[in-house]
Design a binder for this molecule. Structure first.
Ligand code: OGA
Ligand code: NI
Length: 360
């Protein structure tokens, strides 16, 4: 989901209960509130044995190495993954499996706390900060079976400590450390993405004057009606790049390719990376901003940690000049993150893609 935007005032927004509270108060599927039910179900993967997406493993240590044949081959794999799927899984990113497990563990422990503890981080007054549930609400949209905690990782002076849980005790330390370790990754990837298109390596990066990282810790509680309730509806992210640490036990993420849904496998040691809308804009449509969704599960809850990389709000992002040619005319309008956020708030509740509002 997107993280930028101009917050609407708290009292102008309808209130819904936290999904975790609803889930723990019901025990059979008929009681899932109407607002969460996709009346005719939702578009399932083609059959019960839904296909898995390709593994699309990208070795970061090769991407960052200089011009060896192996590095060139890895750049080619990156380009191919981003043009056909808009996503891939990064390995050799330098974080150990045990550290990634610690990060997930502390996120799970946060959601396991009593409600009153979690509500100390409540982000009621701000759409993209703190603890809460589906906040971008309009009309009769069907709601997501998902609670989340939004935290600003960078710039650090905007991290608003009041939203950072004091319990579990290690939460702040571990999530900060994760933020520090992940900080270099989007920049490295953006450079590699430019090189993979034979562009100067700062071509995409330089459009991000001041860079921002926002974390979204997601909880998808168990759901008695998984065939009619989605954890997150189909969307593409309002970021340049999103890096997702997935639950190490429960799968649920799916990506759309050629009108077909594919399951995203959990790969130990890998981080799932998807291009967001701003990458599609900058690459003038060469790289795809992946449409994805999260399905629910009747037996297990699921946790994930998404980190969105984007730019500051006044910064304008547009198709790179080098990628606008006679054969490939400019397909997207330039947009500031602030205006992107406004468009997102209009489009998302209606099930529309923000990206379409940017197309010529
Ligand atoms: C998101 C998102 C996927 C997941 O937070 O934008 O798509 O698996 N999350 O939680
Ligand atoms: Ni997303």
């Amino acid at each position: 989901m997107a993280e930028p935007g101009s917050p609407t005032k708290e009292d102008e927004r309808p209130k819904f209960n936290l999904v975790q509270e609803i889930a723990s108060s019901i025990n059979d599927s008929n009681q899932v509130p109407e607002r969460y039910i996709h009346k005719n179900g939702y578009q399932q993967a083609s059959d019960s044995s839904a296909p898995w997406m390709d593994q699309l493993l990208i070795d970061l240590s090769l991407l960052s190495s200089s011009s060896s044949p192996a590095a060139a081959a890895e750049l080619q794999k990156l380009r191919s993954a981003l043009t056909s799927w808009g996503c891939f899984q990064v390995i050799n990113h330098g974080m150990t499996r045990s550290f990634l497990n610690d990060v997930l563990q502390v996120c799970k422990e946060f959601f396991a706390l009593p409600l009153a503890d979690k509500q100390k981080c409540s982000g009621a007054a701000d759409l993209f900060s703190g603890y809460g549930n589906d906040a971008v609400i309009a009309g009769n949209q069907i709601l997501n079976w998902n609670d989340r905690l939004y935290l600003t990782l960078y710039p650090e002076d905007q991290s608003k400590l009041k939203y950072w849980p004091q319990k579990p005790k290690k939460f702040r330390e571990i999530v900060r450390e994760y933020g520090m370790k992940i900080k270099a990754l989007p920049e490295l990837l953006l450079k590699a993405m430019a090189r993979s298109l034979d562009l100067e390596e700062n071509c995409f990066l330089k459009q991000h004057k001041e860079q921002g990282l926002t974390a979204r810790v997601n909880l998808y509680p168990r759901c008695g009606s998984p065939d009619r309730v989605l954890g997150v509806k189909p969307h593409s992210d309002g970021s340049t790049i999103t890096i997702l640490l997935q639950d190490n036990q429960v799968e649920g993420l799916q990506v759309l390719k050629d009108d077909q849904w594919f399951k995203v496998p959990f790969i130990p040691n890998a981080l799932f990376v998807n291009a967001g809308d701003l990458t599609e804009v900058m690459s003038n449509g060469i790289f795809k901003s992946t449409v994805h969704r999260v399905v629910t599960n009747s037996s297990s809850e699921r946790v994930s940690l998404a980190v969105f990389y984007s730019s500051n709000s006044d910064n304008e992002i547009g198709p790179a000049n080098e990628l606008v040619t006679a054969d490939r005319p400019c397909s997207y309008k330039k947009v500031t993150m602030k205006n992107y956020g406004k468009l997102f708030i209009e489009c998302y509740p209606r099930g529309q893609r923000t990206l379409n509002a940017l197309k010529f």
